[in-house]
Write a protein that binds this ligand. Sequence first.
Ligand SMILES: *Cc1c(COP(=O)(O)O)cnc(C)c1O
Length: 482
Amino acid sequence: MATTNEPIPEVFSATTEPYEDLLRQACETALAYLAKLDSASVAATADLAALRAQLGRALNDRGIPAERVIAELAADAEGGIIGSAGGRFFGWVIGGAFPAALAADWLTSAWDQNAAVYATSPAEAVVEEVVGAWLKEILGLPHQASYALVSGCQMAHVTCMAAARHAVLTQHGWDLDEKGLSGAPEIRVLASDQKHGSVARALRVLGIGRAQVVDLATDAMSRVIPEALAEALEKTSGAPTIVVLQAGEINTGSADPFEALVPLAKQHGAWVHVDGAFGLWAAASAQYRHLVRGVEGADSWATDGHKWLNVPHDCGFAFVAHPEAHRAAMMQRTSYVTYDGDARDEMEWNPEWSRRARGFATYATLRHLGRAGVSALVDRCCAHAKALGERIGALPGAELLCGATMNQALVRFPDPKPGATEADHAQRTDAVIAAINATGEAYFTASMWKGRRVMRISVSSWQTSEADVERVVRAVEGVLRG
Ligand SMILES: *Cc1c(COP(=O)(O)O)cnc(C)c1O
């Protein structure tokens, strides 16, 4: 804790150079961290109590020199920083950050732009125009679609489904802006029974309750069954309807059969929204594009920049095939804000007001990779996921439950004792995952799939190499040998 006799640091002094030493120090600290990624533990090494003890200082009365604050922050956070920036992190679906993206993100912080409208950051507004067009091209989405760069896929859902809600209620003669949801025709949402939790949360935020959501049955690979959608559409025929499908189910990585599902939904006048947080990126690869065939026929798409594109966090993308619905849902005009007729005023498309200029990092990443680089990133991650699933699944004591069709594979570690139950297999699987993570060599997370406890293998970082795959297989083998 800082003592009260320390002098007030000269934070407001115009005569000292406030940045030079400090930013060099931060840069060196970051470089030292990144250099150690390959040898340090992937999992956190400090527990909750240790982190609270390290970081939980009393708020000081007097200021502390910035250099000391940064040095102590880095030291105190140590052990609590997960190695998700490295190549042997396969938990959840996190993604790494390309050096070009990280560098652009640092500039973004230095520029400290408010990307609310063109007037508050002209360069960012233009970059978002450029990036929006590039992303639609790479993902194979309609070129007239409107878009928004948001904080992540969660807010992309909110943005897209706010547009959907507006459109389906307008279709039914309801003035949502004037009357809100009170007394409105009830919206029906038909959604995959394997939908991500962020979909349910977006619906809740938008005033659509659980009772209005119909679960659509899925097949063995967690894909919505066309007959299930047809039946649900028949049942709710005439109601304002939003169908929620996905490209990249969190366990299997499967995409719904859009070619069959989208036209069906359209016949019934439904709006089709796609959760493509990571899986929509299959569209960027000639090898994997077929998995999402027909996705371009949907009405809105939510995806992430911070997952598979490997842009630093705080980056998602919303696309809407009907710009007028998108704009109607998000537009907000105020007398003190300067709008520009011709330029892109981001606020008209985003759920946020003041916001990070997150376009720069995406711009840098897409330019750095080019079309071929994005495609190679997808292919490489998928190949590593396939290899990891097959090789870990082939180890004595392991079982491959779902090989990678995209960038996800599922294995488990059955309890070998005779008469072992699902609960025993689950316990054994959790114990093996914990033991793998404790080696510091790799990091995996568990999930439930079709009633079974599984270890998910999600590969979404540019950093994962063939050497990493070897090293991880050896580490898992070591744990299984005991
Ligand atoms: C991660 C994820 C989300 C949520 O995205 P955020 O960027 O974390 O907001 C939604 N859907 C799926 C399938 C995901 O994997």
